[in-house]
Design a protein around this ligand. Structure first.
Ligand SMILES: [Zn+2]
Length: 432
């Protein structure tokens, strides 16, 4: 007798792919089982197929959950966030979008505001806020999340953030990343090399609390040479690598990420043709962060001195198309952070990706499930509904996968199953 049998999924969206993830033409091949069912034992999927077949074998399950014809998908995997932080940047944002001040709203100065607030905040405050954010993410369908440090930018606070994000007790699995090289802190303005030394010096202490080391190779972050120094040291300690690359301008970050065989390079707004080629060859996954582009209104003309100035990133749909045609593996993340993407919702990121990049729902579903799991080295364990994988699933309020992309601005999740147990049901948290 199994623990749980889910029956009558109008569409059982497996997001299964031949290898670790989908790229190129495979992005269009979304596997859907009509009137599907999933059999779950403990925290694992033991069978997925047609309801009529699974009911024969597992009809005596301890619990049977009828999806009543609605969509059932893998739990969403969000592979890039800045979860642990303090301070809201709504005032800076309003000045930025209204154009009432040119002196604020620069990304790097905004990050420094968050750094100051985060340094001042106590552990309990930071932990409680992170847990509240995780609750919102779970209610919106996220079952695995990557979280980066990077708002401490000093030895003590970076380690404090890593310890907090590593020790969070929540239904969402949190994958921890050390991002000491986020931006240069003010106190090191004239001593760049000293700060790189500090990041490298922190690596051994960070290791027990972080799987990945991330570097920001970008005009507002660090140069390729500086990033290479950190990557060499991190690799020697056994860290796997991630990059913030080419977000605010071309920096060569994508090529460097490929050279180091980083697991992912994220943002990529200004990726070069060589960056696309080298990332496709190295298998480094490109992580697209459409909520940032939306929130920062980078595809909308600006008003400056009463005149319209063309949108700085109107080229992005073409850039994403070239990444897909170039054979790159791509994932989508919400990039939850207080400055450029204060949204915990992967649904919002998926819906925004469709609109900004002109992507179809098959690409977006792959990029938010199996490909995102691969960007966290977890594609063999989750990201699709397959025998042997973790039983992380979402039952939606709608009956077609395209409706999750077509609708926007509301939460379409009904039930979230994490490790084989319903943790959100009818959009209510289950008390256990
Ligand atoms: Zn980021």
């Amino acid at each position: 007798m199994i623990d749980l049998l889910i029956i009558h999924a109008g569409e059982l969206l497996t997001c299964r792919t031949d290898s670790n993830g989908a790229a190129g033409a495979e992005l269009q091949q979304l596997e859907i089982i009509l009137d599907g069912a999933v059999a779950i034992e403990g925290n694992r999927i033991i069978e997925a197929g047609a309801t009529s077949a699974l009911q024969q074998y597992f009809g005596d399950a301890r619990k049977i959950l009828d999806a009543h014809g609605r969509l059932v998908s893998p739990g969403l995997v969000d592979c890039h966030s800045h979860l642990v932080h303090a301070g809201s940047r709504h005032e800076e944002y309003e000045r930025l979008i209204t154009g009432r001040s040119n002196s604020v709203g620069r990304l790097d100065s905004g990050i420094r505001y968050t750094v100051n607030k985060t340094r001042e905040a106590g552990d309990a405050f930071l932990r409680d806020q992170a847990l509240a954010d995780l609750d919102v993410m779970l209610a919106h369908g996220t079952t695995t999340l990557e979280a980066k440090s990077g708002y401490g930018l000093d030895y003590d606070t970076e380690l404090r953030l890593l310890q907090i994000q590593h020790s969070l007790q929540h239904e969402i699995d949190v994958v921890s990343t050390y991002l000491g090289a986020h931006v240069l802190p003010d106190e090191y303005r004239d001593r760049r090399n000293d700060y790189i030394d500090l990041v490298i010096h922190t690596l051994p202490e960070a290791k027990p609390y972080a799987e990945y080391c991330d570097v920001c190779c970008d005009p507002i972050g660090f140069t390729p040479d500086e990033c290479a120094r950190i990557c060499d040291a991190a690799k020697a300690l056994g860290f796997r690598l991630k990059f913030h690359a080419d977000q605010t301008g071309y920096s060569g970050g994508s090529e460097l990420a490929a050279k180091y065989q980083a697991k992912s390079a994220d943002h990529l707004d200004y990726i070069s043709a060589e960056g696309i080629r080298s990332m496709a060859l190295s298998g480094t996954i490109g992580v697209l962060l459409p909520s940032v582009t939306f929130h920062m209104m980078e595809m909308v003309p600006k008003i400056e001195k009463g005149r319209l100035v063309p949108a700085p990133k109107a080229f992005l749909p073409l850039a994403v198309q070239r990444m897909i045609e170039g054979g790159m593996w791509l994932a989508i993340s919400a990039d939850y952070n207080p400055g450029t993407s204060p949204s915990q919702s992967m649904q919002m990121a998926m819906q925004t990706a469709a609109r900004l990049y002109r992507l179809g729902s098959p690409e977006i579903w792959h990029m938010s499930t199996i490909n995102a799991a691969w960007a966290l080295d977890r594609a063999s364990d989750r990201g699709s509904i397959e025998v042997g994988k973790r039983a992380d699933l979402v039952i939606w309020k709608v009956n077609h996968h395209g409706m999750v992309i077509n609708r926007f601005g509301v939460n379409l999740v009904d039930t979230v199953i994490k490790n084989g147990k319903a943790v959100i049901e009818n959009q209510k948290v289950i008390q256990v």
